[in-house]
Design a protein around this ligand. Sequence first.
Ligand SMILES: Cc1cc2nc3c(=O)[nH]c(=O)nc-3n(C[C@H](O)[C@H](O)[C@H](O)COP(=O)(O)O)c2cc1C
Length: 339
Amino acid sequence: MTAPLSPWRLSVAPMMDWTDRHCRFFHRLVTRHTLLYTEMVTTGALLHGDLPRHLDFNPEEHPLALQVGGSEPADLAQAARLARQWGYDEININCGCPSERVQRGAFGACLMAEPQLVRDGVQAMRDVLGNDLPVTVKHRIGIDRIERYDFARDFIGTVAEAGCTVFIVHARNAWLQGLSPKENREIPPLRHALVHQLKRDFPHLTIAINGGITSSDQVAEHLAAVDGVMVGRAAYHEPVVMADWDARFWGDGTLPVVDDAWRLAIEDRMLAYIEAEQAARGTPFAHITRHMLGLWNGQPGARRWRQVWSDHRLKALPVRQVAQQAHAARCGTATLAGA
Ligand SMILES: Cc1cc2nc3c(=O)[nH]c(=O)nc-3n(C[C@H](O)[C@H](O)[C@H](O)COP(=O)(O)O)c2cc1C
């Protein structure tokens, strides 16, 4: 019998403002099995905020992990209770975000300087959850100019003492001064080999790699060295990248033919989803379609298709009418919606 595949074999990264529930629903249509992550939700928002707004999701999104930002063990424990109550499959602690707002809250990447605190947070969450759902950590390989391998290794070693067995490692440092979060995803150099070394040093832990991975061939190469791969920006901007993941990495079905019919079928299911969302919650369609703008990338007329969906003058129209206009614009036919 072959061993079951690790749930962390392939995932789409948590991305603030991007991987909201609508985006995740869309991604789920492209890949059935890939683990999806929420945007980071702070423990402050979970303790004092509008819980359904932060935590609700569609059942179709499973398997789904909630990512939280926080450092107080008691607050993290409460977040863990909520994650279980809401039906998430995993709770993940963000130890990788370098934004100043997050640093002021003393969590995110600056937690890498306090591995004992992260260990205590994991422990508090595991005390609440037992084996109900896994507690995982996403982190960088270092902070500021600390380039030593031992820094990342000792961080994992300490946090693992509390029973965390899954580490998702963004393979670059976070520079806490002087760079914007965006620059912090581009400027500190990627060091994938360091993450491969972590796996060799912690063979009993699940180590997933993240950062700068843009194609299925690259995913396959990394899977030879680590247990999992997390893809962020490439999945968001070029969702078609995920089209072969179920067949290629999850052993489900045959490789799809990614043609116009494949894209149109996804678009059609999104239109049904948008109508249901509009009926249930009055969600403006642009809140949903903004995540789909990469669907036709690389195809003739893709830019015109995107322009229609991004045209604010159309936002009061029924969504199917806008879809018709986008279709006509992409195909270069002169007809307008309804004509
Ligand atoms: C718009 C955006 C928002 C992000 N927000 C988060 C976040 O909330 N939590 C987190 O751990 N990482 C966040 N990240 C970092 C990604 O999860 C990922 O680590 C990073 O983009 C590197 O992976 P990639 O090169 O595949 O995109 C964000 C990245 C982007 C582009």
